[in-house]
Design a protein around this ligand. Structure first.
Ligand SMILES: NC(=O)c1ccc[n+]([C@@H]2O[C@H](COP(=O)([O-])OP(=O)(O)OC[C@H]3O[C@@H](n4cnc5c(N)ncnc54)[C@H](OP(=O)(O)O)[C@@H]3O)[C@@H](O)[C@H]2O)c1
Length: 336
């Protein structure tokens, strides 16, 4: 029996429950493709899955990991879509943190020529989210001002790049937690940067664009603040963002990296802010899904791509700790 390296989740919860071990190397069953994994990507969904979110339906232990890139190793006799040697990306509910994975042919995405296997991991999920945030959900317009949380993260950095490369007049204030990340964000075109570990972002945004008109007495006045806030962190920011979102602005909430938080809409009831909690899941199979795919393919062919940060698979526990503390930058990838 041939064996392979794999990262198991032994039980839901702590990062210590992740273990590098051995598993039987899969062979393709009818309707399956076996991929030799070279790189696996880390995303917030892995942290959520480890914590049993959105469900604990899967019995532990299991091989963790939701995305990987590699080379098709073997295919079942009934599979004609793929052949050994094809460069592919896998997205899956689990099993990507391993040297080999058996998957359905429909779940594979071809890695375009000129795109490296680690680079590819940064795009299909994160750029889809960034695309929806900007075009489908906020319907961002030239001339608008944006507040972007976790701007140096996997989704955030791509959102910043889209706003700066595909629009000519979007002013962005980007939030991150270290000066090193802020420097990188400035290089990527952020107009203003805020270090959330040393600065109060409500005060800083108010300094930059002036106080927003808020409440009953100010009627329809629209003064300082931002038109749109992109928030993938929630937590205590749900009690703060509205303080800098202008009257009739949009508040896109697409993640919970800082915890679920609490939203009290009575605080900004007179401000006419549209609160938009969003997930890419709700757009599966829609024309917008196809538009996002076209956008991503075009980007992969024509734009300068980011270089992910690569760690050995064996460092899984420590890297997940750093990721959760907000210490990683951009896309995090493991070399398998
Ligand atoms: N709605 C969807 O369809 C969809 C799809 C994909 C991802 N997401 C969500 O998008 C968010 C970003 O995902 P990602 O994979 O790109 O992760 P990420 O942004 O690379 O990592 C999360 C970032 O959140 C920031 N953060 C802010 N407050 C934090 C706190 N209290 N604790 C920890 N981190 C904090 C950290 O950056 P700083 O420390 O620099 O602030 C950290 O790097 C996640 O919430 C994810 O669930 C949503």
């Amino acid at each position: 029996m041939k064996m392979m390296k794999a990262v198991y989740l032994d039980d839901y919860g702590a990062v210590e429950n992740l273990r590098v071990g051995e598993a039987e190397r899969p062979q393709p069953r009818p309707g399956q493709v076996v991929v030799h994994i070279h790189y696996a990507g880390l995303r917030w969904g892995d942290v959520m899955a480890r914590n049993g979110l959105p469900s604990r339906a899967r019995a532990t232990p299991f091989i963790a990991g939701q995305e990987a890139t590699g080379i098709v190793d073997s295919v079942a006799d009934d599979v004609t879509m793929w052949k050994p040697g094809d460069r592919v990306m896998i997205t899956t509910a689990g099993g990507a943190f391993a040297e080999y994975a058996a998957v359905s042919p429909q779940s594979l995405i071809r890695v375009p020529e000129g795109v490296s296997l680690p680079q590819m991991l940064a795009y299909p999920v994160n750029m889809r989210t960034a695309y929806y945030m900007i075009y489908t959900w906020a319907k961002l317009q030239e001339g608008e001002r944006v507040l972007l949380h976790a701007a140096a993260g996997g989704v955030g950095l791509l959102a910043l790049q889209i706003m700066k490369r595909k629009f000519s007049d979007i002013e962005v204030v980007a939030i991150a937690s270290s000066d090193q990340k802020l420097q990188m964000l400035k290089k990527e075109g952020a107009d203003h940067v805020i270090n959330r570990s040393t600065q109060d972002y409500v005060r800083e945004v108010t300094e930059i664009w002036g106080p927003k008109a808020s409440g009953f007495a100010t009627g329809g006045q629209q003064t300082g603040g931002v038109d749109v806030a992109f928030n993938g962190v929630s937590g205590d920011t749900l009690s703060k963002d509205w303080q800098v979102i202008r009257k009739r602005g949009r508040w896109v909430i697409y993640g919970y990296a800082a915890g679920r938080g609490q939203l009290d809409t009575s605080k900004f009831g007179y401000d006419g802010i549209t609160v938009m909690p969003f997930s890419s899941i709700a757009w599966m199979g829609t024309p917008e899904y196809q538009s996002a795919t076209t956008f991503i393919n075009d980007w992969l062919q024509n734009e300068t791509l980011i270089e992910p940060t690569i760690y050995p698979l064996e460092d899984m526990q420590e890297v997940q700790r750093q990721f959760e503390r907000g210490e990683t930058t951009g896309k995090v990838v493991f070399s398998v």
